[in-house]
Design a protein around this ligand. Structure first.
Ligand SMILES: C[S@@+](CC[C@H](N)C(=O)[O-])C[C@H]1O[C@@H](n2cnc3c(N)ncnc32)[C@H](O)[C@@H]1O
Length: 272
């Protein structure tokens, strides 16, 4: 494991112990909410009894969601603290979830064609290259299986100030009446920078917490799409995290995402 990965792992453990929102297990889920969260357009079809790999997806959100929908779930992550949240959620709902600590680039513990679905929430931007992840996903996914991948929109990555997001986000100073600043090179593997290296979030007690954020990397659109096409994947659908609210106050989250969709989501099928 290289230094950046080790460093990121430690930072993730610390973030989770500090109650970062993406380390909070979803213990209020119902099957209906789980379906809306994971597959609102019904692309995955029948999920019951499907073998699902939640990849680099610890935190007790996606894994328990799929388990509530009747899937046979495996979750991997390199952060033990994140995986503890999956365990907690599985116990709360009395659902079996296979929990494995591993780097997203090493899925050697799984057989070829083992899964019907590989579901990867926002995590591929924590590794500098996508190739090993795509190699492994295409190996462990069955033909006709679906890979769901969320990643940072490379055209706007780094145009916000710190690692925070969501409705409490308020960065009026960023807008300056002109636009959100895009100032970093468009280059695959580029170590993304933020003017404030901390993640600032509010914990359960309502206190503002400041923690050093993990290193993120840029993945260009051509790297992602060509990497998938070259491995025999076919694009089924692409979604963007955006909304039509340009008239909202500049610097608010609503305005930011109306101008600069931060995340892209791909639904891709391994060709038969
Ligand atoms: C933003 S969180 C996303 C997961 C969370 N379930 C969610 O929905 O918010 C990113 C996850 O990627 C994991 N991660 C980052 N780098 C990783 C790596 N190299 N290998 C495995 N997991 C990694 C982190 O530990 C963290 O759980």
């Amino acid at each position: 494991m290289n230094k950046t990965t080790k460093d990121n792992e430690k930072k993730w453990d610390k973030l989770v112990l500090s109650d970062v929102p993406c380390g909070r297990p979803k213990i209020d889920l119902t099957p209906k909410k789980a379906k809306a969260m994971l597959d609102k357009d019904g692309i995955l079809g029948k999920i019951k009894n499907k073998k699902v790999l939640c990849l680099a997806s610890g935190g007790g959100q996606q894994s328990i969601g799929f388990a509530l929908l009747g899937a046979k779930v495996t979750v991997t992550d390199f952060s033990l603290e994140q995986l503890k949240q999956d365990k907690l959620a599985s116990e709360k709902f009395s659902k079996d979830i296979r929990i494995i600590k591993s780097d997203m680039r090493d899925l050697s513990m799984f057989k070829n064609n083992e899964f019907d679905i590989v579901y990867q929430p926002y995590s591929i931007n924590y590794v500098p290259k996508t190739d090993k992840v795509f190699d492994e996903v295409s190996r462990v996914l069955k033909k006709g299986g679906i890979y769901h991948l969320m990643f940072h929109n490379p055209f706007v990555q780094g145009s916000w100030k710190d690692g925070c997001w969501g409705s409490k986000w308020n960065k009026k100073e960023l807008w300056k009446g002109k636009g959100y600043p895009i100032w970093q090179p468009y280059k695959d593997g580029y170590k993304s920078k933020t003017t404030d290296p901390s993640w600032n979030f509010v914990n359960k007690e309502g206190k503002v917490v400041k923690r050093k954020g993990p290193q993120e990397f840029k993945h260009t659109l051509s790297t992602v799409l060509n990497g998938l096409v070259q491995r025999g994947f076919k694009l089924i659908q692409m979604d963007e995290h955006t909304q039509n609210n340009y008239k909202s106050v500049p610097g608010t989250w609503e305005h930011y995402i109306s101008v600069a969709p931060p995340w892209l989501f791909l639904w891709i099928m391994k060709e038969k």
